[in-house]
Ligand binder design. Structure first.
Ligand SMILES: NC(=O)c1ccc[n+]([C@@H]2O[C@H](COP(=O)([O-])OP(=O)(O)OC[C@H]3O[C@@H](n4cnc5c(N)ncnc54)[C@H](O)[C@@H]3O)[C@@H](O)[C@H]2O)c1
Length: 248
């Protein structure tokens, strides 16, 4: 049964919660009543304290999602788990035409964090959710995975990693749909975050339909919806949250 946009009594694991969009996702999930487990490379304790002070049930742990054994151990120790919002990710610039060790290492690292990290999480989370017959999973891809990004300067390692993750959304959805688990994603366009500003890309606001960046909460709320009990007959979907920037 569809219980609406509510997370009361639902335990939600949120990766990248120390970052901007993970933090926004945590805030939205807390507002919807979720019981939150926040993880990042360093435990996002300040955010956990802030949300707990506002009445949320929340705890924070350190987790490197590229470390499969650490992911397995954390998930095994959680008790119940109803939803996963996987927001961890990296974007780093490099000169792919020059190639060489520097860029090859960047490609490996980007694929490791942005593809292997989610795969590690799915391996730990999917079987137990399928066994319990319930699970909501929200991954974070990118506009770059659909159309190679907002500008010509978008880094190809990032494009490849988010395109791969986008393909995997449908794969995981197909594996788990018969078992009460839905797997979807949000594909953000350019959002007003340090990651966007640090990318060094020359954004031309006249080419953005909304003439502005999105704000972090505009990603947090759709992510929280995908984790909620209101997300039912919907799986394998990547929601574009990009201010209408579909084609350029
Ligand atoms: N900012 C944007 O405009 C934008 C656009 C499209 C997609 N995205 C995606 O949204 C997600 C969040 O972006 P953001 O802007 O909040 O970036 P951010 O850098 O603020 O947050 C990312 C978080 O992921 C964590 N992280 C990195 N490697 C990790 C690892 N191995 N294990 C666990 N955690 C790790 C970082 O510590 C950081 O806190 C990323 O997946 C990013 O690719 C962002």
């Amino acid at each position: 049964m569809n219980k609406g946009f509510d997370l009361t009594g639902q335990r939600v694991l949120i990766t990248g919660a120390g970052g901007t969009l993970g933090g926004a996702t945590a805030r939205a999930c807390a507002a919807m009543g979720g019981d939150l487990v926040l993880v990042d490379l360093k435990a996002p304790q300040a955010l956990a304290d802030e949300l707990a002070a506002a009445g949320a049930t929340v705890r924070a742990h350190a987790l490197d999602s590229t470390d499969a054994a650490a992911v397995d151990a954390l998930v095994a120790g959680l008790g119940t788990l109803d939803a996963l919002a996987d927001v961890a990710g990296i974007y780093a610039g490099g000169d792919w035409l020059a190639g060489g060790e520097g860029w090859d290492a960047l490609l490996d690292r980007t694929m490791d964090v942005n593809v292997k990290g989610p795969v590690n999480l799915m391996r730990a989370v999917l079987p137990r959710m399928m066994k319990q017959g319930w699970g909501r999973i929200a991954l974070t891809t990118s506009l770059a995975g659909r159309n190679a990004g907002t500008t010509l300067a978008t880094e190809p390692a990032y494009v490849a990693s988010k395109g791969a993750l986008q393909a995997l959304v449908r794969y995981f959805a197909r594996q788990s749909a018969a078992h009460g688990v839905v797997v979807n994603a949000v594909a953000p366009g350019p959002i007003n975050t340090p990651m966007t500003r640090a990318s060094g890309q020359p954004f031309d606001f006249d080419r953005l339909p909304t003439r502005r960046f999105g704000e972090p909460a505009e990603i947090g709320w759709p992510m929280a919806f995908l984790c909620s009990q209101g997300c039912t007959y919907m799986t394998g979907v990547v929601i574009d949250v990009n201010g209408g920037q579909h084609f350029s």
